[in-house]
Design a protein. Sequence first.
Lengths: 140, 111
Amino acid sequence: MAEYQFDTEGVKKTFTFMNRKAPYGTVYALEVLETVLISAAFEQHANIVFADDGVYQLKSGHDTTEINMKNFSPTFGIIEMEKEDADEDDDIDMVWRIIVEKESMEARGLTEDDFKVEVEVLSAAELAELIDSSDCVISG
Amino acid sequence: MGAYTVNGNNYEHDEEGYILDVNNWNLDLAKVIANDEGLDMSDEHWEVINFLREYYNEYQIAPAVRVLVKAIKKKFGPEKGSNKYLYELFPYGPAKQACKIAGLPKPTGCV
C-alpha cells in the first residue's frame, strides 16, 4: 500500500484568482469566491483579480430579486475582512490583494468609487506581470 | 422532507433538518431544533448561535470554522476561542449543528 506524506509546514505560494465573468447567469463567480474563502484556511498569499465582465461582481447595489437568484454580493465583505485581519495581525503571514484591471473597468464606464470594497487598479500590462509571477492561477 | 411544528406553525426542513427559509427562524423554533439535536442549551450555546445569525445576516454565508473560532475568541475571550470549546458545546460539529439551530442553510464548504 502506498504511503503518502505531506509536509506543507511553512509552504507559502502566491495564488491568483481570475474573475472574468458577470456575477449572475453562470456559477463561475460564486465558485471562485468560495474557493478564495476556503484558501484563507491555508494562509496563502492571494491576488483576487477582477477583469472583463468580472468587474461587475464588485459593483455596489446588486439587486437580484427579478432574476430569482441569491445576491452574494455581501459575501465579498469577507474578503475585505480577511485582508484587514492579515494586514493587522503580525502572526498571519498572508498577503491578500483585491485588484481590478484598469482597461476593463474604464471600458464599462466604472470607477473605483463604484465598487463595494477597496481595490487596487492595475493596467493589463501590470496584471500580465502579476500573473507571470504567481505560483498558481485559478481562473473562472 | 418534513416540518417542525412550533406554536401551531409549520416550518419545512430538508432531509437533514435544516429549515428551508432562513427568514422563518425564531427562538422557539431554535429551541425545538436544539432539543432534537439532544442539546441542553446554555448561554454559551446561544452566544454562538447569535454570532452565526449576525454573521449570516451581514455576509449571506455561514462562516468557516476557523473564522468562527477567531471571532468567538475576540468577542468572548481566549478561553472560548478554540475548536475544543466549540466541540464541547456542539459535539457533532459547530458548523453543522450550530448552523442548523441558527436556521442557516447547510454549509457547502468542508471547512
